[in-house]
Design a protein around this ligand. Structure first.
Ligand code: IPE
Ligand code: IPE
Ligand code: MG
Length: 238
């Protein structure tokens, strides 16, 4: 499918794992004089579109920051709106993702969600477990600091013997089998990481976009990929 790739990007310079902080839904809505939850609805469409685009471009892993451990601080009505969208997504969109060969999983502190949500999450993960076209990781009630605390707790519970190495701790992060993000995109114009992939993002390449998430499209994704393709990752080497 070489013709679906942006001109200058060859297989070798495509990131295996693209992570996205999907930010700017609220401001997108405000600009149009609409309630914030309409922005989140439009954001969900942008997410569906982006999963398709990532798959077509040959991205193997896509992770998206959908709800942070800090987002509970928002107005009750907004949090309820987001939970409603989460349910709607789980009910209506999983089969289609399955048909496209996507493996879906959800990472974060999941035990706070209501049982009907947890059942749908388990169903989606089981249904898509053997798919291998693209892995889509939804970070919900996710916090990077919380993930590190959970990993440390899990390591202690495992009666780990010997020194606590990076390798030992890595076995206890939320998705140890997924490679660290190569390219981490944040939309919405803010230049911060807001507690996303703190451990995994240590050597990610960052791309900050002014586009509000609901407007994120194939062209903007390709701009991020082109920027990534031109970078020299050194990992501390000279
Ligand atoms: C990101 O958009 C979506 C979530 C955090 C759930 P925001 O809701 O943060 O949008 P802005 O940043 O207020 O525009
Ligand atoms: C980060 O965006 C969280 C998600 C996109 C889910 P926020 O809008 O919550 O981040 P801050 O508050 O601007 O740092
Ligand atoms: Mg925001």
């Amino acid at each position: 499918m070489a013709d679906s790739k942006p001109d200058i990007i060859d297989e070798g310079s495509l990131p295996a794992h693209v992570a996205i902080v999907m930010d700017g839904n609220g401001r997108w809505a405000k600009l149009k004089g609409l309630p914030r939850v309409i922005g989140h609805q439009a954001g969900m469409k942008a997410l569906e579109r982006t999963i398709d685009n990532a798959k077509d471009l040959g991205i193997r892993y896509l992770s998206v920051y959908a709800f942070s451990t800090e987002n509970w601080k928002r107005a009750r009505s907004e949090v309820q709106g987001l939970m409603g969208l989460f349910r709607y997504y789980l009910k209506g969109k999983i089969q289609r993702m399955h048909q496209k060969g996507a493996r879906v999983r959800f990472v974060g502190q999941m035990d706070v969600f209501q049982d009907d949500i947890l059942n749908m999450v388990r169903f989606a993960e089981d249904l898509t477990r053997s798919n291998s076209v693209i892995d889509v990781v939804f970070c919900v009630n996710y916090g990077g600091r919380q993930e590190i605390l959970d990993a440390v707790s899990s390591l202690i519970r495992s009666n780990h013997d010997g020194p606590v190495t990076e390798e030992a701790l890595r076995k206890h992060i939320y998705a140890p089998d997924i490679p660290d993000p190569d390219l981490l995109i944040r939309t919405g114009g803010e230049l911060r990481i807001s507690n996303f992939w703190l451990w995994e993002g240590a050597y990610s390449e960052y791309y900050f976009s002014d586009v509000f998430w609901p407007d994120f499209d194939r062209a903007e994704l390709e701009r991020a990929l082109l920027s990534y393709a031109g970078r020299n990752r050194r990992y501390g080497f000279a």
